[in-house]
Write a protein that binds this ligand. Structure first.
Ligand code: SF4
Length: 77
């Protein structure tokens, strides 16, 4: 039996965002805008980690790489 090494990959995908879209639209895709975000505890009521999807983190990642992480469960009432 061959000894296969498992590839380690990040579990959260970052996606490219067009500079035009970033500058011209009012984005609402961070935890801070989400119906599932409890601002008193700064946690997701669905139990997901919020760090990659907080506005400050998304803005930082975008400024460094032109990409950011989006949550597939994001909802706005
Ligand atoms: S569902 Fe996603 S975007 Fe909404 S609070 Fe939870 S982790 Fe953040």
């Amino acid at each position: 039996m061959a000894n296969k090494e498992r590839k380690i990959r990040p579990s959260i995908k970052r996606e490219k965002v067009s500079a035009f879209d970033y500058q011209h639209y009012n984005h609402r895709f961070s935890c801070d805008d989400c119906s599932h975000f409890d601002s008193s505890t700064e946690k997701c009521t669905l139990g997901y980690p919020t760090e990659p999807h907080r506005k400050a983190q998304q803005t930082h990642e975008y400024s460094m790489s032109g990409t950011m992480a989006f949550c597939r469960s994001h909802e706005i009432d």
